[in-house]
Design a binder for this molecule. Sequence first.
Ligand code: ATP
Ligand code: MG
Ligand code: MG
Ligand code: MG
Length: 445
Amino acid sequence: SSDAQEKSARSPAPASRTRRRYVSKLYQNFGKLQPEDLGVCKSYKLMLYNEIIGACYPGAFHLLPLGQRAMEKLVRIIDQEMEAVGGQKISMPTLAPDTLWKASGRWESTGKELFSLHDRHENQFCLGPTHEELITSLVASHSPVSFQQLPQLLYQITRKFRDEMSPKHGLLRGREFEMKDMYTFDTNEETAMETYHTVCDAYSNVFDRIRVPYEKVRGSTGNIGGSLSHEFHYVAEAGEDRLLLCLRCGLQVNQEMAEGTSQEDLCQGSREHCQLTESKGIEVGHCFYLGTKYSSVFNATYTDDAENIRPIHMGCFGLGVTRILQAAIEVLSKERQLRWPSSIAPYQVCIIPQKEGYQADLYFRLAEELSDQLSGMPNMAGEVVIDDRTKFTIGRRIYEASRIGYPFVIALGKKALADPCQLEVINTATEETQFLSREQLMDLM
Ligand code: ATP
Ligand code: MG
Ligand code: MG
Ligand code: MG
């Protein structure tokens, strides 16, 4: 019977045991905050107001259940795209010894942005803002590796810490935040460049799947170092970076990188027709080619086919996971209505049965039946909630559901029982309402 137990632990929960979810039991709609009381940036207000995140202290936030669900969906997309290019997931310590950071010179150069602390033996550590030192010394501990074992693409999705001068706009600039950081290890510059472009393409795939428009621009290598760098940005007024874009010659660059260069020198090709536009961008991803900057410090090496020991060529690639979560909302939302990319919306569907009163139990049963049927569709398990607060009118609950941004809201009004073609289905992104039969609804999902 222990065999049977083990088997049942491996098999998915049968649909009949999948819990129905009721809005009255969700950690939301406490409604104590008013948007007027909150900060300045739209997505930050919407996320606080709708209980996606909770404020803890400046630069630090609780991800509440809705925020955590969205974040896990985003992580799944990232994992799939990193695995598709051969990425292997790891998890490194958060506390990093000062010795490693002093060896690379970044203890000094990072300065006050680094959170540092001592242990009981007076050893000093920082809370990792990024992990080049740790990963390079890890690979160095196995060095020299064989050229046949390269390339290696290692990544993690973990909490990062930066004592930002001015934490701002909620998750957009936190002092703790989730980052996906990948580090790549190659035999020479040429293969490292191939890896660089492969990972940049994987980033494009991540952003294509999120389906929020983005720009890829040349970026500066800043404090991380290296010689080539691209950034991914969402264009939004709340962004703190300035992007220079030219539709004519294809120039796309972060102004940080263009400092001191004239427009003529920036634009390539048929210059007199060039027209630079400037947009504000939120930096959501960053790719660097590092060369041997870190491998030479920590002695991360490989043996080539003639048994020569050579330094490894590295790249590093960051994605601001929690920043993407909020920046996507910043781009898509209206002032008072939160809009999710449907790929990461915490729940896909909210069903709203008729207000209490005549035949209320029949509407409620219909809501539960629909919920079970929808939850049985591919990828829909756990994606449906029922707004069981039937003391409120349907109208009020539709308003709240579209404010929170469920991609689909299904209202079961008076006609729903009488006529099977009268399920009112609202697409909150387009604000279109359709009246559908059950079959048509299932086809839509
Ligand atoms: P910024 O220019 O906004 O300060 P950065 O260039 O210092 O960001 P990187 O070192 O390139 O950041 O880190 C990789 C990614 O981590 C960034 O592209 C961004 O998406 C995210 N990130 C960086 N700092 C923060 C922060 N304080 N809060 C949330 N996400 C951040
Ligand atoms: Mg920074
Ligand atoms: Mg930057
Ligand atoms: Mg950057």
